[in-house]
Design a protein around this ligand. Structure first.
Ligand SMILES: *Cc1c(COP(=O)(O)O)cnc(C)c1O
Length: 557
């Protein structure tokens, strides 16, 4: 009989035969990590406990001290080192209100672990059959949610909402000029998105060699959605001067304000202009990285209101449905599971309405000697920019199965409920603050503060303020950013220096600085809002007081 031989190097790997001893070793190590993190938690602050001094030459010191050890250390000790990395790390407690940075859910984490246990390569179903199966399932599930015909649609998991915007651009170019794949991109191609769009398209234009000067920014309405009349004008301008519009990105859920472009109107503008100039219709990508998940409300019956949402939330959902029902009119779209899907990074899904679009950017069999195009294996993703791919679809699948439609509706309903309370109490209790996205229903509320006697939002957007006025207001808001930022360990707000451009008397445009309240933690509840408002009021009063003292001194009084 052959004896099983063991070698020293096997200690670093899971067992070959599923024996109990190795399993409990692995479970203990995982337990050590989870317990270690639990010991660092404090629900009344944002960061995990522990010491971390990032002052001075923090990174420089890391560089000079870091060396690979000549002999490795026991895994238990490595775990201790890993836990030290997590000291003072931002954690998704109820006071984590900064941005769309979610907690990884238990189903999401388990999906990842399942994928890691076989570590298949999602490039080809011969190497990664589990990933391929989950990818096809998730693509079909999300296609149906978005209103695509799952028999005709296609998709794959990719590197973020950014990757999806870039993938859409690749297809857009290949559609308009199939020879561009061999000969390069024609110099008269243009892409369009709104001023409130994510910078993903800007970067994609650079990367595709089109150049960011070929990206045309379209004006937005006050609710941060694209002004499709301006789109029409700008499409025409490009066509009249010999340009060809190839790609329009409609943002269905802007990153800060959750403004939602009307995909129906965008498509209408694109089709009409194309007809007028005898050109093919540009590829329309709905950048639904963030907002796509709001489509979970599309089939929620507001009359029945089975989940007993409050009247305030019902009204918000009604506004969301009005826009999200047009999602299926886009040629491609994206679901960033790492945003509202509650899975770990990186888990993003790119979908195309017509799977044939993927063939336009696929590799020729001659170019893939290692994989695919064999008698065996039916699923080879030669059309992705990545070669090897993680099977992130397994984590998505796990979350979708565990949450179900209703679970996501409940979670997002809770996020909306907290925002509803926040908006109400902010308006009632903090007179210096104004809500900057009152018409957008999402999990984010943007607010801007004003010094006493200064022109406020209504005047700023009327275009009648001087740029000095707007910039003075901006400076006060930046002071608040600093103040909130210093104490972000207590309550972590977000902010942006480039919200909505407003015109001024001098005819120049100035972006507004605004703070952001983004509900993303499942632990933030309506009953926490009064304390959050108390805290905010104290900080705002302080900043405004300082500002007024400063202004009085300036005037030499
Ligand atoms: C977050 C976001 C992106 C970028 O997504 P990543 O996953 O970070 O690459 C693109 N577009 C929108 C609208 C986003 O909110």
């Amino acid at each position: 009989m052959q004896q099983n031989s063991t070698s020293d190097v096997q200690k670093w790997f899971p067992s070959e035969d599923g024996n109990d001893e190795k399993r409990s070793e692995l479970m203990d190590l995982i337990g050590q990590l989870i317990k270690g993190v639990d010991e660092l938690k404090n629900p009344n602050q944002v960061n995990l406990k522990g010491q971390k001094n990032r002052e001075g030459f923090f990174y420089e010191k890391l560089i000079s001290e870091s060396e690979i050890p000549s002999t490795g250390m026991p895994m238990k000790n490595v775990n201790d080192e890993l836990l030290k990395l997590l000291h003072d790390h931002p954690y998704h407690s109820k006071y984590f209100l900064t941005n769309i940075l979610p907690m990884a859910s238990i189903p999401g984490i388990l999906g990842m672990i399942a994928a890691f246990m076989v570590n298949g390569n999602n490039l080809w179903d011969v190497y990664g059959p589990a990933g391929a199966e989950a990818e096809v399932k998730v693509t079909a599930m999300m296609s149906k949610l978005a209103g695509y015909d799952a028999e005709k649609s296609g998709g794959y998991t990719t590197w973020g909402g950014q990757g999806a915007v870039y993938s859409g651009l690749r297809i857009a170019i290949a559609k308009m000029a199939p020879s561009a794949l061999q000969e390069g991109v024609p110099g008269n191609f243009y892409a369009f998105c709104s001023e409130a769009a994510h910078y993903s398209l800007y970067k994609s234009m650079e990367a595709a060699g089109l150049g960011s000067h070929h990206l045309i920014k379209v004006k937005t309405h006050l609710d941060h959605s694209m002004d499709t009349e301006d789109l029409r004008r700008k499409l025409k301008e490009v066509c009249e001067t010999g340009g060809i519009p190839v790609y329009i990105v409609a943002t269905t859920g802007t990153t800060d304000a959750i403004g939602i472009d009307d995909v129906h109107d965008v498509r209408q503008a694109a089709e009409e202009t194309s007809r007028e100039f005898g050109l093919p219709v540009p590829h329309i990508h709905a950048d639904s990285a963030l907002g796509g998940f709001l489509a979970f409300f599309n089939d929620y019956d507001l009359k029945e209101n089975a989940l007993s949402f409050s009247p305030g939330v019902v009204e918000m959902i009604s506004g969301i449905k009005e826009k999200m029902r047009h999602l299926h009119l886009a040629d491609s779209l994206c679901f960033d599971f790492q945003k509202l899907g509650q899975t770990p990074y990186v888990t993003s899904l790119f979908l195309v309405k017509d799977a044939n679009d993927l063939k336009r950017v696929d590799l020729d069999p001659d170019e893939t000697p290692y994989v695919g195009h064999r008698g065996y294996g039916d699923y080879h993703t030669g059309y992705t920019l990545e070669c090897s791919r993680m099977a992130s679809s397994i984590s998505m699948y796990s979350a979708l199965m565990a949450f179900g439609r209703e679970g996501y509706q409940k979670l997002f309903g809770q996020f909306l409920e907290v925002n509803f309370h926040f908006r109400k109490q902010l308006s009632e209790r903090i007179p210096q603050a104004e809500i900057m996205n009152p018409d957008n229903y999402g999990m984010s509320t943007l607010f801007r503060i004003y010094p006493q006697g200064a022109p406020r939002f209504a005047e700023e957007i009327s275009g009648k303020c001087s740029s000095e006025d707007v910039e003075r207001n901006n400076r006060l808001n930046e002071k608040l950013f600093e103040k909130l930022g210093e104490q972000r360990d207590k309550i972590f707000f977000g902010d942006t220096k480039k919200h909505l451009l407003v015109g001024t008397r001098e005819g120049i445009e100035v972006p507004l600085c605004v703070s952001k309240f983004f509900v993303i933690s499942p632990y933030t509840m309506p009953e926490h809002v009064p304390h959050i408002i108390d805290y905010l009021k104290e900080q705002i009063d302080h900043v405004c007081q300082q500002y007024e003292t400063f202004m009085t001194n300036e005037k030499g009084i």
